[in-house]
Design a binder for this molecule. Structure first.
Ligand code: ZN
Length: 606
């Protein structure tokens, strides 16, 4: 076999104050008919066409010192004039997207995802890659370090220098952080793990490492040691307000609020820290489920266009199920905490009218144009393959446990998928998750899957939770911030039924802005629309803060006059108030019987 010479890349934060990276790509033996180069249209894990080529400011080619013509062939493909090489293409890329999917550079730090900055050399995707990552020029950058899951070539640990990747797919699967971040390390099941936190924070990093170690070890043992990666890096960016994560084969990029991180001297797991641990758990689970056990259509990814699959319910939904389940099984949260999360998730699904319109298989297929491009009507027309997918995974887990008298579970399905597809590198066919689950259950689950994945019927949550001694209780929402999970606080002091306008809102300087209007709800029937700003109810000035109080005086069937602005036009409408739906869920459990034992020793036990 031909000895493949590496494609050589070099990335230099040329102008942090202007947010510009200079990136070169050198090919020793370019295509003699004219070498083509392209930037990906999307980044794996985030299913939306992003067209990273739009951030390319300039591009030029050279052979030695001689400039060479570059022609643009389409929105993200270029071709250099024919040459014998070695050919170097130099791009300047604008980096001002502080999301887990982008590239960002200023005088405080740099961060990039490979698809934003590294050209794909067409026809050479399987050649090894080397990349020199350079420090910005100037004394102020002397203390900068580097964190990435990419393998070092000649670079020192956490240092600038040369890194390497087996091929282009691996090159773009290791985001890189550079700056003066906090660095901590721990081992999980013998594998070195690092946490790099960028941004101002006062986190108890030792505590964070102790907790992450527990959840990482739980998941490594769930799939079976040894872990598939020889090291792993959590790249955390802490900001004032933010939330997001993107999975990679040996790392994850996370964005969080600095207040989500654990505080020194506090032993309890606060709700915001629980959400952060859930995010870490989610992305870590993807190390197996989607980065290695991956849909056949992702093997390999087609980086030019949408890659369609019906399986995101399994890759995102099952992952969402295990993210919080890991926390309770690893002892990081209590059974009560977990049941509260479950109650909130069921509440969110019940308030999502789109579940009657779209199946999760459709939601997965259309992720590119719907889930990732939501608008004011999305709650009425779409279902989330994360949320409903996680509750399908719950039902599937309990169904398998019931059919096998608790000898088998979804854990066995995941292990089998890992052994059959993940370890072998074979892509998962569209029907394989269902077939493997039926095989583990020892009986056909076709009718369960047809209903759960390809129909809009309600999930059998009540029946399945009953098998582990858990009961769903439904009540009205008590306030706009009532997300369920907890029993009625009784604080509203209200005797009769709560009323609802059927809206989701945001603050507005003039009053209450409607972000979403529920189909068939009081507001929609009276002609209100998303974007309207309610300024008065019953003749009294109303804000997001006072909305609940204004409505508390009314009962279902009452008619109330509402003043609002649509664009800049004042209007008034009479609204007939509906009773709030019984869509707020808590999950309660029996204390001691056979079902309670099944719950503690099976489902929620480690
Ligand atoms: Zn995910």
């Amino acid at each position: 076999m031909k000895n493949l010479r590496p494609i050589h890349y070099r990335i230099f934060p040329k102008s942090p104050e202007a947010h510009l990276f200079e990136v070169t790509c050198t090919v020793d033996d370019p295509d003699p008919d004219g070498q083509r180069f392209a930037l990906p249209a999307w980044i794996p894990g985030s299913y939306m066409i992003r067209e990273f080529a739009r951030h390319v400011v300039t591009i030029a080619a050279k052979v030695g010192r001689r400039p060479l013509a570059v022609t643009k062939l389409d929105k993200h493909t270029w071709m250099a004039a024919p040459t014998a090489g070695p050919l170097t293409v130099t791009m300047v890329v604008y980096a001002w997207d502080l999301s887990v999917r982008g590239a960002h550079l200023d005088t405080g730090h740099g961060f990039f995802n490979g698809p934003c900055v590294f050209l794909r050399v067409l026809g050479r995707e399987h050649q090894p890659c080397e990349v020199d990552i350079l420090r910005p020029t100037g004394a102020r950058y002397g203390k900068w370090q580097l964190a990435t899951g990419m393998r070092r070539h000649t670079a020192p640990p956490h240092g600038f220098g040369t890194y390497k990747a087996r091929d282009y797919d691996e090159l773009i699967d290791h985001p890189v952080e550079m700056g003066t971040f906090t660095l901590a390390a721990f081992k999980a099941a013998g594998v070195p793990h690092e946490v790099a936190i960028t941004g101002r924070h006062s986190a108890d990093v030792d505590r964070l490492c102790r907790d992450l170690k527990k959840l990482c070890e739980y998941q490594i043992h769930l799939f079976g040691a040894p872990a598939p990666m020889d090291r792993y890096v959590f790249l955390v960016t802490a900001v004032g307000e933010g939330y997001g994560g993107l999975e990679h084969r040996a790392s994850t990029a996370l964005l969080c609020s600095r207040d989500d991180l654990p505080e020194a001297g506090v032993d309890a797991v606060s709700e915001t820290y629980r959400i952060f641990l859930g995010l870490c758990s989610h992305e870590y689970f993807h190390t197996w489920n989607v980065k290695r056990i991956k849909p056949a259509v992702f093997s390999p990814y087609d980086l030019e266009r949408e890659n369609y699959t019906t399986l995101l319910w399994a890759f995102e939904g099952i992952t969402s199920y295990y993210d919080d389940l890991t926390l309770v099984r690893a002892g990081l949260i209590s059974e009560g905490d977990y049941l509260e999360i479950l109650g909130k998730n069921i509440t969110a699904l019940m308030r999502n009218g789109g579940r009657h319109k779209q199946t999760v298989a459709e939601a997965s297929w259309d992720a590119w144009i719907k889930y990732y491009r939501q608008d004011e009507n999305s709650p009425n027309s779409q279902v989330s393959y994360y949320l409903k997918g996680s509750l399908i995974a719950l039902c599937l887990d309990l169904l398998i446990r019931e059919r096998t008298r608790n000898r088998k579970s979804l854990d066995h399905v995941m292990r089998l998928l890992w052994q059959r597809y993940g370890q072998s590198g074979i892509g998962v066919p569209e029907n394989a998750v269902e077939n493997v689950a039926s095989e583990v259950a020892g009986s056909r689950l076709r009718s369960f899957f047809d209903k759960a994945l390809r129909m809009t019927e309600e999930l059998p949550l009540k029946q399945m939770l009953a098998t582990v001694g858990a009961t769903i209780n439904l009540r009205q929402a008590e306030s706009p911030t009532d997300k369920g999970g907890k029993p009625s606080s009784g604080r509203s002091g209200r005797k009769g039924s709560h009323v609802t306008l059927g809206i989701r809102t945001a603050d507005d300087p003039a009053g209450v802005r409607l972000t979403h209007v529920v189909e068939g709800g009081s507001a929609q029937l009276a002609g209100l629309a998303a974007g309207d700003v309610i300024v008065a109810i019953d003749g009294l000035k109303t804000t997001a803060k006072t909305l609940e109080k204004r409505l508390s005086r009314f009962k279902p069937g009452d008619r109330v006059r509402v003043h609002l602005f649509r664009r800049d036009e004042l209007a008034d409408r009479e609204i007939s108030l509906q009773a709030a739906a019984l869509d707020t869920c808590t999950v309660s459990v029996t204390a001691s019987d056979a079902t309670a034992r099944r719950r503690r020793e099976g489902w929620l036990g480690s």
